[in-house]
Design a binder for this molecule. Structure first.
Ligand SMILES: NC(=O)N[C@@H](CC(=O)O)C(=O)O
Ligand SMILES: [Zn+2]
Length: 436
């Protein structure tokens, strides 16, 4: 049994945001109360050994749930695999991750869904929930067998990495997915508008002389998918929202009652296009980083609930690939191990976002939308939780990362505020930044 004493519990699912004592027993949250005596705790332990943790000055919150993680297995295990990625996840404070389907082969049938799920169980770190593709071979033409894949453990459907260019295929997908109750996750990017652009089209791309991707490449598909969700009554989740116009469109659709949720990635909240350097591909990501104004609109959207969730879009690549010239390097930022600290340092500490809102957006809201366990510390729920130390500082040292990827803009930088203990179903999987 675990006894966490005088820890600041942040659990928006129960509107708790104050110091409490917490008991964990048999993999579940047993009790949360203002204070407990040793005699009371021993009685509840019923002879079981009690591990006591002094929680003063630290936060305890439900484990983060990341709905957008690329794990690259099967097929591209040199970038990442399910073991390395799910270890990196717990190190970063994530107890559940949804694995994107754009692997090689893509996850477009039940056998592959079961493979990903079982590899996650074998690894024994974060819960790994497979996302299946929407279309066979991710070709955007023929729908997968959604009901069968759901039975195999699929948590959602997405052709992420690629837009579904046919509006008719997207409409059918939203219609059919209703039978499963699972969301369609849309990677909104009009192929023709995006062309072979390398960064957001704007002042910065003009100055650098790099081919630009207009903001409309995202927003026109956001508008299309919102209309299709409205027409079909289907469940839509919009991945990596990055433009001001998209935020406005979502805000208006929600006001009309469209069944939509949306996520924003930490890098779009923290960086902007002006910071991209031709000599460094680390900020080359899709969708591309927007302007300062976009960044403000995203923060505002996250604050007012237009954007429901934060998700990493952890996109691991090898150093060799990222070392190619800007035009040839792949899009993507690896972020599982740094995302929470980066958000803490860049948004929570300066007062732009409350920690309560961050936990709501990165744990409570994903659990609710995707119908998952977790996202709460209510007594009886699985003890998937994070002890976070705001005073713990660390230099992001490539030798210490447990992900295979090194494509993070924080390499060599110091971040403050880290998860120091992480439990999955009451099992301690990480202590003092060492994964067990
Ligand atoms: N985000 C990225 O820049 N890359 C992702 C694909 C995606 O999420 O669209 C990847 O798979 O590498
Ligand atoms: Zn995507």
């Amino acid at each position: 049994m675990w006894w966490l004493k005088e820890v600041r519990v942040i659990d928006p699912s129960q509107t708790i945001s104050s110091p409490r004592d917490v008991l964990i027993k048999s993999g579940k949250v047993l009790e949360i109360s203002s204070s407990m005596t040793e005699a009371e705790v021993l009685e509840k332990a019923q002879g079981e050994a009690v591990e006591t943790i002094d929680g003063q000055g630290k936060f305890l919150f439900p484990g983060l749930i990341d709905v957008h993680t690329h794990l690259r297995e099967p097929g591209q295990e040199d970038k990442e695999d399910i073991l390395s990625g799910s270890r990196a996840a717990v190190r970063g404070g994530f107890t559940t991750i949804l694995a994107m389907a754009n692997t090689q082969p893509v996850i477009d049938n039940r056998a592959l869904v079961e493979f990903v799920r079982l590899q996650g169980e074998r690894a024994g770190y974060a819960h790994v929930l497979p996302i299946g593709t929407v279309t066979k071979g991710m070709q955007g033409i023929e729908l997968v067998e959604m009901a069968d894949m759901k039975e195999g453990g699929a948590a959602a459907f997405s052709d992420d990495g690629k837009n579904i260019q046919s509006a008719e295929v997207m409409r059918l997908a939203l219609e059919y997915a209703k039978l499963t109750g699972l969301p369609i996750i849309s990677h909104c990017e009009d192929k023709d508008l995006a062309g072979d652009g390398l960064m957001r089209r704007g002042v910065a791309s003009g100055r650098m002389g790099l081919r630009g991707i207009p903001a409309s490449a995202e927003s026109v598909i956001v508008a299309r998918d919102l209309l299709l969700a409205e027409e079909t009554g289907g469940k839509l989740h919009l991945a990596h929202i990055s433009t001001t116009e998209s935020v406005d469109l979502i805000r208006r659709a929600k006001a009309r009652g469209v069944d939509v949720t949306a996520e924003v990635n930490p890098h779009h909240l923290i960086f902007c296009d002006e910071e991209i350097k031709l000599t460094d591909t680390v900020l080359k990501v899709n969708p591309p980083l927007g302007s300062r104004e976009d960044r403000e609109a995203l923060i505002e959207g996250l604050r007012d609930g237009t954007l429901d969730m934060i998700a990493t879009d952890h996109a691991p690549h090898t150093q060799a690939e990222k070392a190619r010239p800007f035009a040839e390097a792949p899009f993507g930022i690896a972020s599982l191990e740094t995302a929470l600290s980066a958000v803490w340092q860049n948004l929570v500490l300066p007062g732009r976002l409350s920690l309560d809102r961050v936990i709501e957006a990165w744990s409570v809201s994903p659990a609710r939308r995707f119908g998952l366990l977790g996202g709460t510390l209510k007594p009886g729920s699985p003890a998937d939780m994070v002890l976070f130390d705001p005073d713990f500082s660390e230099v992001i040292d490539p030798a210490k990362l447990v992900s295979k990827a090194r494509n993070t803009p924080f390499l060599g930088k110091t971040l403050h505020g880290f998860p120091v203990m992480v439990w999955v179903e009451g099992r301690l999987v990480q202590r003092n930044r060492t994964v067990q």
